[in-house]
Design a binder for this molecule. Structure first.
Ligand SMILES: Nc1ncnc2c1ncn2[C@@H]1O[C@H](COP(=O)(O)OP(=O)(O)OP(=O)(O)O)[C@@H](O)[C@H]1O
Ligand SMILES: [Mg+2]
Length: 480
């Protein structure tokens, strides 16, 4: 089940765009020559002086720079010096006059990675460029791996090191800086809000506004003016101009939460905004241009909604250029101890009290629970336990009954019971078998006792007796 749930979180295909090279040379003829040699295989940008080169390096982030050392305004040497201050500088090949190897070596001491003497052979140029780009790619890949290893317990605000969460981090990392729409799906409380904010915080729009709109919280009549704005007098009650969220989010990110609850007419308008990149505030015939990245989220199955006609298919595909599906907590139980510890730390800071530990029994109950409310439920349970705990550790008695009363994880194998006397060992294994068998049947019948009893060939009353004895909570099998 976990794999079916996570396989939808597919990373986007690897970037196939050609590498981009900045050519910085004040002689137009020299730039033409370089462009002719490299323009077919790579994307080429040009700068005519050092200052322009620096600006383009920051704005365009080329993969490689070919830098003439003799330029007006700012020389190649000054560009190299400025780049040494940068955290992430591209690799630089310098161009020097024939016979000035000494200067080339100076340039390499200042951070250039290779040099070519003018006039250069085109083949040699291409070879050096290809080699440097290859090195650049390896360095980037190493950097990516190093970051992945360095933050094993989470990613930004997200906590978890399980396989399905790592797949989520990978997608976030790849797409946060691309201007594509992202659709985040997952059950309630799985962290869709956190992911949306993380995408924004890691994008080039991080200093611009992040605006969230909960589409389910607003009645249909209000949502249009909320999203697109209105002008004074557009309808009764519109006593002044009002900017819509699209305009408020201009140059930033707009997070449309619970997108599945939008009416057909709002869906149609939203689609038009995404296609034209303009909004038409109510009562204003003039479209207003907006530059907004849209991230949306839904806890409903939108594919199903498109099938039933409740959600426009064309809009669905516009919104999910990339999709991230968050796993339910029960599909990543390994993360429960990590999350619990992180929340305990947070609450200790928030309430300005010493940290509490979880007893091993309490931790076992937490790991066994089905968490229908996912991380939000876990967070709430931990906060309540933290506030109410009387001892210096959190014990099962500090947890709410639906968590605390779950049966202890059954011991299944001979290995686990071999230390016990024969009768006790037999009882343990039998109990584990009974629990597992009955739970499987309950799951098959959605927790319906009569039908489960029928499938087991047992009387309803005997089943109820057994459930009590084994401490099985049927509600666990009744949700969703
Ligand atoms: N991976 C995570 N790491 C740390 N905290 C998390 C994680 N996932 C969720 N949370 C926390 O759980 C709570 C619920 O998360 P969030 O609001 O993002 O859920 P949601 O998927 O948007 O739910 P809903 O569908 O109800 O809007 C928040 O307090 C959030 O900080
Ligand atoms: Mg949410």
């Amino acid at each position: 089940m976990a794999s079916a749930e996570t396989s939808r979180t597919r990373p986007p295909p690897p970037a196939t765009e050609p590498a981009r090279i900045l050519i910085a040379d004040d002689e137009p003829a020299a730039r033409v020559g370089l462009r002719r040699a490299l323009g077919k295989a790579y994307g080429v940008i040009e700068a005519a002086d050092g200052r322009e080169a620096l600006r383009l390096i920051d704005a365009e982030r080329p993969d490689l720079v070919i830098l003439d050392l003799n330029m007006p305004v700012m020389t190649g040497f000054q560009v190299l010096e400025a780049l040494q201050e940068r955290d992430a500088a591209p690799r630089v090949i310098v161009l020097t006059a024939y016979g000035s190897e000494r200067i080339a070596i100076e340039a390499m001491k200042k951070g250039a990675c290779d040099y070519l003497a003018k006039p250069y052979e085109v083949d040699e140029l291409r070879l050096v460029v290809a080699r440097e780009l290859q090195t650049h790619r390896l360095v980037e890949e190493n950097e990516r791996l190093r970051r992945a290893i360095e933050t094993p317990d989470g990613f930004g605000e997200l906590i978890g090191r399980s396989e399905p969460m790592r797949a989520v981090y990978d997608v976030i990392e790849r797409v946060s800086d691309l201007d594509v729409t992202v659709l985040i799906q997952g059950e309630s409380g799985t962290g869709k809000d956190v992911v949306a904010r993380e995408l924004h915080a890691r994008s080039g729009r991080r200093d611009a506004p992040f605006v969230a709109v909960n589409c389910a919280a607003l009645p249909d009549t209000l949502i249009e003016s909320e999203l697109f704005g209105h002008r004074k007098g557009a309808f009764t009650g519109a006593t002044s101009d009002r900017k819509g969220k699209f305009e408020t989010a201009d140059t930033g990110t707009l997070f449309l939460d619970e997108i599945g609850d939008m009416s057909a007419s709002v869906q149609a308008k939203l689609l038009r905004v995404l296609e034209t990149k303009t909004v038409e505030p109510l009562g204003n015939p003039e479209p207003v241009a907006v530059d907004v990245r849209v991230i949306s989220a839904s806890h409903q199955d939108l594919v199903e909604a498109t099938r039933t006609g409740d959600f426009r298919e064309d809009l669905y595909y516009r919104l999910k250029v990339v999709d991230v599906t968050l796993p339910p907590l029960r599909a990543r139980r390994d993360d429960v101890p990590l999350l619990a510890a992180a929340f305990l730390e947070r609450f200790a800071a928030k309430h300005d009290r010493p940290r509490l530990e979880l007893s091993p029994e309490a931790l076992a109950r937490l790991t066994d629970h089905a968490w229908p409310g996912n991380v939000r439920e876990l967070r709430n349970v931990i906060e309540k336990a933290f506030v109410l705990a009387t001892g210096d550790r959190i014990e099962p008695r500090d947890l709410p009954p639906e968590v605390a009363d779950a049966p202890p994880a059954p011991r299944r194998g001979v290995e686990e019971v071999v230390g016990l006397p024969f009768q006790a060992a037999k009882k343990e294994v039998l109990r584990a078998f009974e629990t597992e068998f009955i739970e499987r049947k309950l799951r098959d019948h959605d927790g319906n006792i009569s039908r489960t009893a029928g499938a087991l060939g047992m009387a309803r009353q005997s089943l109820q007796q057994k459930l009590k004895e084994l401490g099985i909570n049927v509600n666990r099998f009744r949700e969703g």
